[in-house]
Design a protein around this ligand. Structure first.
Ligand code: HEM
Ligand code: NAG
Ligand code: NAG
Ligand code: NAG
Ligand code: NAG
Length: 576
């Protein structure tokens, strides 16, 4: 049925039972199958099944139907990981437990403890290489980096990538290089980051002021329970909107209110719900509402809405109807930067080079900014807060650092970061334990090569299990523990701390937004701690379980916490 070809073994067909396996398949079919299929369709990045290509998807769907109709026929041709795992469960039920099969990360991680850090799977006609060790990662992204610099074609990408023009999905080549260079210059270069730093500063002032106001309106100083997920996501999205278009999507008055939540939910609905690009999906709830076959329709409709949103944005710019919020409106040099939002820059480039800067290309750039930049950043902030709430020693150490290096007479800003090494350690430790993109994005090889001594044929999809590397006891001491100190004095080491820390990926296709992401996370986290005391309301014993819900069955729990302005900061906050 499947071959797991590794150091030792290929699973024999005889080992794979039929009757009981089918029973389990029947049992879980309505539940796991579609779920897994959905992951792959909805968010390309789970290395599981038939995520590849629309055609494959149709075949799969067809197969699934025939499976449920003719119970007697043995499905001899399982080319989904779930089917395969369910069959393996037959022979080794203690290893392949139901819980394991339901959780993609655990599944892949357990498989690699069993079969080694370089694992090659054949699922149907697709080849899949899963690597789980720093040395294998190094091999993939140094000497074989160009070979793996492609992305596989997927159904999601078919629908969303603007014909593979978007940078995330674009094949390695001239177009991708030109686009990536453009994005680096306009968004990610040091100069662009310095420029957008003013926007972030303004938005952070609004965030802190908003959190303080919510408190003022309540009598007593016992604090207010707030939905931190919502505040942080709104912040991230507003920052990206302003970089892209000069506008906010949720106004200051609306942040944290019902209205503000509605706006965010709507935007999430068409930007994110069907495509949590950089995250493992919370697929099941979606599935229940729309059913397996509704997915494609839903993707099409989301894409349409998104397109409309972007079109109307462009129209506004073209008709010069927009008056972007200028940076530092309130300050004296407010008029200096009237122009200079990303969309304006791109539209003016379009005038001189219309063949390259097509509307679709510009849309894809703006879209990627929203999709790749907001969810990852806000997830990281939330996880850092969760960890700090669960580890008061670290919280107090970080606060002491901020109090002594920045104080409570002014807002923390991006020039302070070099003086806040512990803040950077906390963030890296958060990214180690809870990487927002635990399997990175899939890569695709165009030539044969060897990895870890194995021949890997061309047209293989490469997945990097960053989550497993980050928690490997051979790689990290006490990997399950939250110890920001472990990053102290490690700056000198080679790339990715010798390929042990790969939250942003490696090589040519690594995340170009890493520096921006780190700045944003540092700014928000530092400021939240500079001005407020926080109380936990979750009392979640096991944070891992909470993280894993993202990839198993539950909708992610939003982070809620009680926010109390620090006593000695109230005067400052009042004047903010
Ligand atoms: C904490 C924040 C972030 C994390 C953890 C993160 C992580 C990642 C990862 C793992 C990849 C895939 C690398 C690979 O294929 O091997 C990626 C790609 C990418 N990220 Fe990020 N990212 C973050 C923030 C951002 C931000 C803020 C932006 C932009 C505004 C961004 C834009 C991109 C783009 C455009 C790609 C695709 C690159 C390509 O295919 O050439 N990311 N990111
Ligand atoms: C706080 O109270 C003021 C006046 O009482 C009101 O105008 C404002 O909308 C309230 N703000 C929030 C965030 O509830
Ligand atoms: C918190 O905010 C998030 C993001 O906007 C939203 O999905 C969630 O429903 C909110 N939760 C509560 C309890 O308000
Ligand atoms: C940060 O704040 C300090 C002190 O107020 C100031 O000197 C510096 O210019 C600020 N940096 C930025 C990037 O705003
Ligand atoms: C944190 O990780 C980033 C990205 O890998 C790295 O550039 C930085 O040096 C790290 N900082 C610390 C303090 O470890």
């Amino acid at each position: 049925m499947m071959r797991i070809c590794t150091r030792k073994c290929c699973v024999n067909e005889e080992d794979i039972g039929a009757e009981k396996g089918k029973q389990i398949i029947e049992e879980t079919r309505g539940f796991i199958f579609p779920a897994f299929a959905l992951i792959l369709n909805v968010c390309d990045f789970l290395p599981v099944l038939k995520w590849f290509r629309y055609k494959g998807y149709d075949e799969f769907r067809h197969k699934k139907e025939s499976l449920s109709v003719s119970k007697s026929s043995t499905s001899r041709n399982s080319d989904t990981l779930v089917e395969t795992l369910l069959s393996l469960q037959e022979s080794e039920p203690e290893f392949y437990t139901n819980d394991l099969i339901k959780n993609v990360l655990l599944t892949l991680t357990s498989l690699s403890t069993k079969y080694g850090p370089v694992m090659y799977l054949r699922l149907g006609c697709r080849n899949l290489l899963i690597v789980t060790s720093p040395s294998a990662v190094e091999e993939c992204f140094t000497k074989n980096d160009i070979i793996f610099a492609n992305r596989p074609q997927t159904m999601t990408a078919d629908k969303y990538s603007f014909n593979y023009k978007a940078v995330v999905w674009a094949p390695y080549g001239y177009h991708w290089r030109a686009l990536r260079r453009l994005m680096v210059i306009e968004i990610f270069s040091f100069n662009s980051l310095q420029k957008s730093s003013a926007l972030r500063s303004e938005e952070i002032r609004i965030l802190i002021r908003g959190l303080f106001k919510v408190n003022c309106n309540r009598s007593g100083s016992s604090g207010v329970k707030i939905n931190l997920s919502n505040w942080v996501f709104t912040f991230s999205f507003n920052v990206m909107m302003r970089i892209g278009t000069g506008k906010r999507c949720v106004s200051e008055e609306e942040i944290g209110t019902e209205k503000g939540k509605e706006i965010i939910e709507e935007i999430k609905g068409f930007f994110f719900a069907t495509l949590l690009v950089l995250n493992v999906c919370d697929f099941l709830p979606v599935l229940k509402w729309f059913g397996y076959k509704g997915i494609e329709k839903r993707m099409v409709s989301a894409h349409k809405k998104r397109n409309e949103f972007l079109n109307s944005l462009f129209d506004e710019f073209r008709q010069k109807k927009v008056s972007p919020i200028s940076v530092s409106e309130s300050s004296t040099d407010g008029n200096r930067e009237k122009k200079g939002t990303l969309v304006e820059t791109l539209l003016s480039l379009q005038e001189s080079e219309p063949e390259f800067y097509t509307d679709d290309l510009i849309k894809s750039v703006v879209l990627i900014l929203f999709i790749a930049g907001t969810e990852t950043t806000s997830m990281t902030i939330q996880w850092a807060m969760r960890l700090l709430l669960a580890h008061p020693e670290a919280f107090h150490k970080l606060r002491a650092e901020i109090d002594s290096k920045v104080g409570n007479e002014r807002l923390l800003n991006e020039s302070d970061f070099t003086n806040l090494p512990y803040l950077q350690c906390v963030i890296n430790e958060t990214l180690r334990l809870y990487p927002p993109v635990p399997l990175l994005l899939p890569h695709y090889s165009l030539e044969d090569c060897t990895i870890g001594g194995y021949d890997v044929p061309k047209h293989t999809i490469l997945m990097v299990n960053a989550w497993a590397i980050h928690r490997d006891p051979e790689v990290w001491e006490e990997p399950e523990k939250f110890k920001p100190e472990r990053f102290e004095g490690m700056e000198g080491e080679k790339e990715g701390f010798n390929y042990k820390f790969v939250s942003f990926g490696m090589g040519r296709r690594a995340c170009p937004g890493a520096a921006m992401g780190l700045r944003t996370v540092s700014l928000v986290l530092g400021s939240l701690i500079q001005w407020f005391d926080w109380e936990n309301v979750e009392f979640e014993e096991n944070l891992d379980a909470c993280y894993n819900t993202r990839i198993t069955l539950n909708k992610e729990k939003p982070l809620e916490a009680i926010c109390i302005p620090r006593q000695n900061c109230i005067r400052f906050l009042d004047q903010l």
